[in-house]
Design a protein around this ligand. Structure first.
Ligand code: SF4
Length: 400
């Protein structure tokens, strides 16, 4: 006869003590993320904020960027995505080189320093129309067109490209690193369960966790500063959130290249498959950030302010030290209904919480001052744009 042995969890107070001693285990993190409102929640937030203050200080960073949606065609169908389009669908669009450069130049005039390229994953694998568009542009793959556009933005403007194109192989990463001081790929979650029928990644072959971890690992081998993160509230369990944070931490322990971990909250939109799915609450978002801080320790933890509406300053109390990219020019194409706060307002609200808002480049300060993470023209450009501590030098133009 099988005897079911109940799973015991470490107590909340013991888990918090582990975390405060810098020895958080997976089991302790699984307990902490279940912090109940009241004393447990408050003490979790305090521990995370104390650790952030001790390791990162009271500065909160952001990057002034323009958003370049190179193509919104995508071969995946993530249940929460409002960005993607099929070829021929109203709004489906691939930017021409002239359009890309026009947006980049307008951003540079406003003092932006980052060109964030966001795009669908491998649309040419699904749509003959995309293959024809790429052929017309002189390319076979979207990633090769992206590389050319990154090169032109790097050479013809003052912006630093930061590519976020979905899965990348070693060769793609090698090419992109010639013009990108950093690149990005959201892990989303390590759960294979989210790929099964009825789940948000059931028709999204590029969201297979093993493939995403492989891209991140390849970037580590190549010493490329890497932005990643998790998306919460898409049907994952609390334990799967913890497993995802530990997977990111494990990669960073091996390669030291994860420059930023975004804790992004799912937001409902009328035109997505998950339009009736419940959104995570602010408290749920905050306790996930707090546990992320305790797991990731000195790593940079980011939350997008526009996805927390007017409550965003509260997330500073959970232990973040970065607000991500903020654009004075282009909207958030991934969450078009949620405008970014004005940079002046972001500075004022951060100051009200006791934080100084500081501008960084697309590459984080601690990576911008290390030669091993950059080479050639990229290193020279970053050095000319960064101060001695690696933050962005003050803009000559366009104080927003
Ligand atoms: S989230 Fe990214 S991969 Fe998924 S459908 Fe949207 S654009 Fe494609």
């Amino acid at each position: 006869m099988n005897i079911m042995i109940p799973k015991t969890r470490i107590s909340f107070d013991d888990a918090l003590a582990c975390a405060r001693e810098g020895a958080i285990t997976r089991d302790a993190a699984r307990t902490l993320i279940r912090a109940r409102d009241g004393r447990e929640f408050d003490s979790l937030m305090r521990a995370a904020a104390d650790l952030r203050d001790r390791l990162k200080g009271r500065a909160v960073t952001y990057s002034k960027k323009v958003f370049i949606p190179l193509t919104n065609l995508c071969r995946d169908y993530c249940g929460y995505c409002t960005f993607r389009k099929d070829a021929g669908q109203p709004g489906a669009r691939t930017m021409t080189p002239d359009e890309v450069l026009r947006v980049a130049e307008a951003g540079a005039r406003l003092g932006c320093k980052e060109a964030l390229f966001s795009l669908g994953d491998r649309p040419e694998a699904l749509f003959p129309e995309m293959r024809a568009t790429l052929a017309h542009l002189g390319h076979r793959t979207t990633l090769s067109y992206l590389a050319e556009m990154c090169r032109r933005v790097f050479e013809e403007t003052d912006l630093l490209p930061h590519a976020n194109p979905g899965l990348m192989g070693r060769r793609d990463l090698e090419t992109l690193r010639e013009t990108n001081p950093s690149v990005g790929l959201m892990l989303e979650n390590v759960s294979e369960r989210l790929m099964t029928e009825g789940m948000p990644h059931s028709n999204a072959p590029d969201k297979r966790p093993a493939l995403r971890l492989k891209t991140m690992e390849e970037a580590g081998r190549l010493r490329i500063p890497f932005t990643t993160g998790i998306l919460i509230g898409i049907g994952e369990t609390l334990d799967e959130r913890i497993d995802s944070l530990f997977a990111i931490r494990d990669l960073h322990e091996r390669y030291g290249h994860i420059q930023e971990v975004i804790i992004q909250n799912f937001r409902r939109k009328p035109d997505i498959a998950m339009r009736d799915h419940r959104e995570p609450t602010l408290m749920d978002h905050a306790r996930t950030i707090a546990v992320a801080r305790l797991v990731l320790r000195e790593m940079n933890v980011q939350a997008p302010p526009n996805l927390a509406d007017d409550d965003y300053p509260f997330l500073l109390r959970a232990g973040i030290n970065d607000w991500g990219g903020i654009s004075p020019l282009t909207r958030d194409y991934i969450n078009p209904e949620k405008p970014w706060p004005h940079i002046d307002a972001l500075a004022r609200r951060s100051k009200d919480e006791g934080f100084e808002l500081k501008e960084r480049l697309s590459i984080y300060p601690e990576f911008a001052v290390k030669d091993e993470f950059m080479s050639g023209a990229v290193a020279a450009r970053v050095r000319s744009m960064a101060d001695e501590r690696g933050y962005a030098k003050a803009s000559k133009t366009g104080v927003i």
